[in-house]
Write a protein that binds this ligand. Structure first.
Ligand SMILES: Cc1cc2nc3c(=O)[nH]c(=O)nc-3n(C[C@H](O)[C@H](O)[C@H](O)COP(=O)(O)O)c2cc1C
Ligand code: SF4
Length: 509
């Protein structure tokens, strides 16, 4: 009997370790031979710990299992039980998705190479090895893949720049800092399917002529760090990393590095400083990291999901990947639904779904049952969307047109009890705390911003144009997007929720 109990950090936080232990103990007691596999999460976080049992017709799921339920589950022969949900693949959350990047996550044993290969692993790398570096770059260009870390920059163009740079040494740096509020896609794939990231980074190395790679991971992800470290060791021991990748005669190796925990260290240039052992301060651009990055050498800096999406592009072909999506937003995006929602989790889908479909249908509205008031999309620098903008399609250009951003595709939902003035103040406070201090509009502006929001809270109407002016200055004058994008949450709160800003409400009355 094969039983899957997620080893994913979210599932563990909800009791998965205790459940796995209870299953082993109960099986022992009953003399039942079982194999417990600690898989990744299927992304239905509200159902964790989600235990699955392999049957002749597929895997059957049991949701929100606690250690105390285990005896009764054995008693029921893992059949009819109040926690039984039916076949995992038949659950609406699973059926409605297009899982390309996350196809294996939750399905396989994360550190079993045989399982990885049995589910399409390394097909992409095999193909890439047979291609010239130029052809690899062209395939990524043709796929339409854009950076999933926040800026949405075309991945193929970045690779082409690094490939074209003449240097004795080049690097691939994977940005696994994942600092955005409500996001967990990077963590989930690193814990649930780490070889995908290794495969994607290796293909990137072959494409641009980089022989070394680094994954810069946030220290708050101990499980992901452990899994990634083990996966790198396994890959190296099997000749997938090293002087001759898969016997190709081309070298690529990588290591895992851990940051000390600063939001700004997710910004690519401060990340590179941190990786070099320096203080995580933003570097002025130019030079671009693609030309002078890690240790001054040409460097590809890509987000985990950008790199983890590369293997499937090579496995299925650029045209297949590009066929999904809308406009200039091609392929799929792993939505991360969080905050006050009934159904929180990861949902991979082609670009183009409306915000309303995501919040009302997928998330199922709020957990409190109260009306949704606002959704912040794209992390702490993302705009707050009111219901009036729920017809916005989830795409880079469409969100930019609504003064918002897709970012790393995190959505945090709030009900009608949220005070948007407080949220605007929080955005300024967050920026003040996390600012690297290099430029004045952000370092000083964020502190003045908090003070200005406080004046508005006290009913000072004159502070409103001041806040608007300050936001315009921060947007135009900041060196990086921390100071430059903080105006998005602030101005969207002010524009879409004027009733929460006392002087605006009074003026209207
Ligand atoms: C303040 C700040 C924080 C950021 N945090 C992250 C992060 O945690 N992860 C990430 O991939 N990109 C982050 N970025 C974006 C990176 O600077 C960079 O655009 C990205 O790593 C490039 O990879 P991509 O093209 O694959 O998206 C951040 C940017 C800023 C300004
Ligand atoms: S905007 Fe803020 S975080 Fe970015 S460089 Fe300026 S001070 Fe540093």
């Amino acid at each position: 009997m094969r039983i899957y109990v997620p080893g994913d950090a979210a599932a563990k936080a909800l009791g998965a370790d205790e459940v796995a232990e209870a299953i082993r103990a109960e099986a022992d007691k009953r003399g039942v031979a079982i194999e417990v596999i600690r898989n990744g999460s299927r992304g239905m976080v509200w159902l964790e710990p989600l235990v699955e049992v392999q049957t002749g017709i597929g895997r059957v799921a049991f949701g929100m299992v606690q250690a105390a339920d285990v005896a009764s589950l054995f008693e029921a022969g893992w059949g009819e039980h109040k926690l039984a949900l039916g076949l995992t693949e038949d659950l609406p959350w699973m059926k409605m998705q297009t899982r390309l990047t996350f196809a294996r996550c939750g399905v396989i044993d994360p550190l079993c190479l045989e399982d990885y290969e049995a589910h399409g692993g390394f097909v992409g790398l095999h193909k890439a090895i047979a291609m010239t570096p130029e052809a690899i770059v062209q395939e990524v260009l043709d796929s339409g893949l854009r950076g999933r870390g926040g800026a949405g920059f075309p991945t193929g163009i970045k690779w082409k720049t690094v490939a074209g740079a003449a240097a004795s040494q080049k690097y691939i740096v994977c940005n696994a800092d994942e600092g955005d509020s409500g996001t967990f896609a990077d963590r989930m794939i690193m814990e649930g399917d780490p070889f995908t990231l290794i495969e994607g980074m290796t293909i990137a190395g072959l494409a641009v002529g980089a022989t070394r790679g680094y994954v810069y991971m946030r220290s708050e992800y101990p499980d992901a760090i452990r899994v990634m470290q083990q996966a790198v060791l396994i890959a190296r021991n099997h000749g997938l990393l090293g002087l001759s990748v898969m016997g190709s005669g081309r070298a690529f190796d990588m290591e895992i590095r851990t940051g000390a925990g600063a939001y700004v260290c997710g910004e690519e240039t401060s990340l590179l400083n941190s990786l070099e052992g320096k203080r995580g301060v933003v570097r002025a651009k130019p030079p671009l990291p693609a030309l002078e990055g890690f240790l001054g050498k040409p460097t590809v800096v890509n987000n985990v999901i950008s790199l983890a999406s590369v293997p499937v592009i090579f496995e299925k072909g650029a045209a297949y990947y590009k066929d999904f999506g809308l406009g200039r937003s091609r392929g799929t995006i792993p939505l991360q639904i969080a905050g006050n929602v009934k159904h929180g989790g990861l949902f991979e889908v082609a670009f183009g779904m409306t915000l309303g479909e995501i919040v009302d249908n997928l998330a199922g509205g709020t957990a409190t049952g109260r009306p949704v008031k606002a959704v912040q999309v794209g992390g702490p620098l993302g705009a707050y969307f009111p219901r009036a903008l729920f017809n916005t399609q989830f795409c880079y250009e469409e969100f930019a047109g609504a003064e918002g951003l897709v970012g790393h595709a995190g959505l945090v939902v709030f009900d009608d009890t949220v005070d948007m003035l407080k949220q605007a103040r929080f955005a300024m406070e967050f920026c003040a705390i996390e600012s690297c201090g290099k430029c004045t509009p952000c370092r000083i502006g964020a502190v003045r911003g908090m003070e200005t929001v406080d004046r508005i809270a006290r009913g000072d109407a004159a502070a409103i144009p001041l806040l608007t002016d300050l936001c315009a200055t921060m947007k135009a004058g900041s060196l990086c997007a921390l100071g430059g994008f903080t105006p998005y949450p602030v101005m969207s709160a002010l524009t879409h929720f004027p009733d929460d800003f006392a002087p605006l409400k009074e003026a209207a009355e």
